[in-house]
Design a protein around this ligand. Sequence first.
Ligand SMILES: *Cc1c(COP(=O)(O)O)cnc(C)c1O
Length: 397
Amino acid sequence: MFEALEKRYYGNYGGIFVAETLIPALSELEHALLHILPTQEFQAEYNYYLQNYVGRPTPIYHAKRFSEYVGVNVFLKREDLNHTGAHKILNALGQTLLAKKLGKTRIIAETGAGQHGVATATCCALLGLECVVYMGADDVERQKVNVERMRMLGAQVVPVKSGTRTLKDAINEALRDWITNVKNTHYVIGTVYGPYPFPQLVRNFVSTIGREAKRQFLAQYGKLPDTVVACVGGGSNAMGIFSAFLDEPVELIGVEAGGLGIESGKHAARFQTGKPGIFQGAKSYVLQDENGNILDTYSVAPGLDYASVGPEHAQLHENGRVFYTYVTDDVAIKAYQTFTRFEGIIPALESSHAIGYVLQNAHKLKGKDILINLSGRGDKDLEGVKRYLSTRGEQTL
Ligand SMILES: *Cc1c(COP(=O)(O)O)cnc(C)c1O
């Protein structure tokens, strides 16, 4: 039923681990990836919206004052300037446009902190599609503002009360819905994860980031950056920017959420203590106990808080092309505050992990040109940062 089954793995990772009832939908999606997405008509429409609705290309900006402070040359790919405030709309827009071409009238999505839900609800309003967003019941409580944004945009937000009432349970529920309503419904997954062809499809949409960045950096500075740094949740913003540099002599660094520290067990650093396993449709690195039970994860950055990671990252970890490391909540919060004060740009807590890596390792990076993917804006995190600081008795910002 699939045309290019050989593409379903990245090395040992990826694949299709789903109920049989989903196979026709995945095969239809593969057809869209191979035969609709590359057409001039689709590309022209997608690029029209990227330019005039999302506001692309996003600039590359030399963060001069922060660079002087850390003693390293830091440049930013400004994904915070996208409409809705993060890179997520690149994927949401691509998938909803494609769904429309496939004749689907109903869109479903999962969301953790609400960022992917807002991006998807936005695109559904734009394209006139029905939208249902599954969200863990605890996340609905914690992320009230995004829930209201989604409802204002016309989406139905469904609180998921099973399991740990967080992201993974929302994904399970979305998959269940998809199996039942696959005829008229498309499931917009939020990152480079899930069964084939989702990781390949999402990578295709986010790779715009890397293509632009490479062209812009060359044009502005006459060379490529020495190092590219991105935070890694599911892995889409990182894959987006890394994809253009994989075959270049550029060091690539992926930063996971170290939470309260690796020893504490409260983190989401899959490449530190995770092991290969199968989870929610794909094979990748998974945080699990000896019996294969999925472990609870934790990060102050909601977008990095997931037990697994895109399969291509698992391959890039094993073949050593990308170096995966982590920074703790403390370092990310420090980066959030410092960066805001030096640049007048409030970075998302997720992106603050990439900035935190540079802050923490400045001595090792001296003399290098570092390009950080600033995946999103951090206004959404003000409450979280305030709460974090007040529990430590520290002054608010
Ligand atoms: C969701 C999110 C992330 C993490 O997701 P990836 O798929 O790893 O990119 C990172 N940054 C921001 C701003 C996000 O909203």
